[in-house]
Ligand binder design. Structure first.
Ligand code: SAM
Length: 221
């Protein structure tokens, strides 16, 4: 899977892509992530990427011509034709479709897609109208830029990709998975079996796999 991330702060992702499960997925060849800085493609002088909102008001707005120039430079296609079924483009926005495991299932099937990270007041509406396939939100709150939402999305997706996790089972039997009926995972315990009188449920130490499975199903939330 290839994910193209457009951002004003590509350096934010340096630490992120060094994390073990992400670098594992990259090394295993299941994930390719490319970072593109709008500022590098701006046709405006002095690296300008934003401007004041038409009609007045606080803050700055990312310009549509700047986003278009970045898309055209990267994909060599008119920016209103970059989005297509094989390569959707998603704008990260609080008003987008909420990121959940259903949406991740859909994204997981894509060979490639792009993410546009906003900043300031967000994008000129013409980016949304003419250049992207859809908008994705990580929740009903506002963060300062699309970089953290992009990381949340890529992290959640990457842990499903071959080679990312030490044990592939970890991502199969986890909260919201089909294997757990879309529900939450059962509680985990580890050693010591007795810590300050707080005991691990005996069945989990019994070695009786059928009973352990039964206990886990009963304690799934
Ligand atoms: N003016 C916008 C509003 O009131 O909805 C908020 C803009 S926010 C400060 C700047 C950028 O952060 C957005 O363009 C978007 O890319 C990103 N962002 C903020 N909150 C987000 C969320 N909940 N989900 C996805 N992206 C978000």
């Amino acid at each position: 899977m290839r994910i193209d991330i457009f951002t004003l702060f590509p350096q934010w992702f340096n630490w992120f892509f060094q994390q073990r499960h992400l670098s594992n997925a990259v090394q295993a060849g299941s994930l390719t992530a490319r970072l593109y800085d709008y500022r590098e493609y701006t046709p405006l002088r002095h690296g300008q990427v934003d401007d004041t909102p038409c009609g007045g008001g606080a803050g700055m707005v990312l310009r549509a011509d700047v986003v278009c120039a970045a898309l055209e430079a990267v994909y060599h296609t008119p920016c209103d034709r970059v989005r297509d079924d094989a390569r959707p483009l998603f704008l990260l926005s609080p008003r987008g479709r909420r990121l959940d495991s259903g949406l991740l299932n859909e994204l997981e099937r894509l060979p490639e897609f792009g993410l546009l990270c906003g900043r300031y007041e967000g994008f000129d509406e013409r980016v949304s109208e003419h250049m992207v396939t859809g908008e994705i939100s990580i929740g009903d709150y506002v963060v300062s830029g699309g970089e953290l939402p992009a990381m949340v999305l890529v992290d959640a997706l990457a842990r499903r990709l071959p080679g990312a996790l030490g044990s592939e089972e970890s991502a199969v039997y986890e909260s919201f998975s089909e294997e757990l009926g879309g529900g939450l995972e059962y509680p985990h315990y580890t050693k010591p079996a007795d810590f300050r009188g707080w005991k691990v449920p005996e069945v989990l130490l019994s070695g009786n796999h059928a009973e352990i499975e039964k206990w886990r199903r009963e304690h799934q939330r």
